[in-house]
Design a protein around this ligand. Sequence first.
Ligand SMILES: Cc1ncc(COP(=O)(O)O)c(C=O)c1O
Length: 478
Amino acid sequence: MDAAPHPGDWRLAEGDVNTSPERRNWQVRNLDRDADALVAEDARLFMSQSLSSPCLAAVAKAEGIWLEDTTGRRYMDFHGNNVHHVGYGHPRLVAAVKRQIDALPFSPRRFANPVATALARKLTAIAPKGLDKVLFTTGGSDAIDVAIKYARAFTGRHKTLSFWDAFHGAGFGGASVGGEAIFRSGKIGPLLPGASHVAPFACYRCPYGYPVGADGAPDLALCRMACANMVKYVLEKEGDVAAVIAEPIRAVPYVPPPDFWGQVRAACDAHGALLIFDEIPLGLGKTGRMFVAEHFGVAPDILVLGKALGGGMLPIAAMLARADLDVAGTQAFGHYTHEKNPVAAAAALATIEIIEDEGLVDNAAAMGAYALEILHDMKARRRLIGDVRGKGLAIGIELVSDRDAKTPANEAADRVLYRALTRGLNFKLTMGNVIALSPPLIVTRDEMARALAILDSCLADEEESTGVASSTPPWLNF
Ligand SMILES: Cc1ncc(COP(=O)(O)O)c(C=O)c1O
């Protein structure tokens, strides 16, 4: 059994922990001399930071759902930083970008250009009702900053309310409304004033202490949605919050209890706060709907997209807002050099068209449902799995060393990750012990079955090495 992590322990960090002993062991076994040299040079040249540099290995190719490292090892990429909705290097996307580079490679800000306008037209046409204006930025963190500025300017208030454990970007705005120590604590000094946080919805580990059933569902008669009530409570006590900002489905992942957002929307309306949905990782179809908001029948006042918007090729993010929020014509809240970059806009437009034309949102819903069915079966056989959850292709498998005590099995999760990498499957660990699967929307049934068979074999080996009985799944021979 894992010993409990202590403050400062590498196992407490969110995401890719690049200092774990398992990681170094993996590198020793798997990197050749050239890869080792490249990773070492990368470490020498780049500022080191947890979650990225020093790196694990060096990548040489990215195609479809596959990554290939410089040693020739191929991985099904069920991580992709959530940029690869249409798969890497989609030929239609490559062609659109090449065409745009030839036609118009850049557009200084004082000029309109047809492709940026076409992207704005497209986004406002498909977005949840009422989001009729846009602003593009280079990255998601910038778009979050811009959204906060507009909420302040529109409401004349500066306070925000968001969730502990959330990530909304690495800039000062994102770090202030985010709730992870790794981005906001330490020596960086004061963050934005007025940024309050509440504990988030997280039913399996309800921060308000309520239990869930064996299926992971909350007992709403018991908890009365304490998580939504706390948002209401703080909005009322503060009385002058500009905006609630949150991911509608948390990328951990955690899906909110039914009508959570309905209640929060009503509380925002009652207290004059805007509702900002951060759909940077999961928007554009990952959850089986084009926009995450669609699952809840709730319209935000501002919705932020990023990551996959650039097709996994170019950096672009977007803030979509209600037209009446356009209140800063004499100021400049989103004055980014690449605001209307035509090549990035062409990539985004092609990406949305690919998602629509190839029916990728429906595929995400179908493959997600298929995966969850297999994973629930896996949970019944693998004692290491404490919880299986998700929506569409945002899937979480929480590993525990004791199901009743829900003891996080962080070290086991780390070993499972490196075994999976060796067997050709790449995924992210979040919160230390949650396997987050986020394959591209193009994933096929066979690929999903293959990836889950790899995961099952890694869990089996972990259980065997720690003396827990295992059994062979019937679907392993897909
Ligand atoms: C929920 C969420 N918000 C904001 C961001 C920041 O986006 P970017 O890395 O493009 O600045 C991320 C990136 O991981 C994210 O997951």
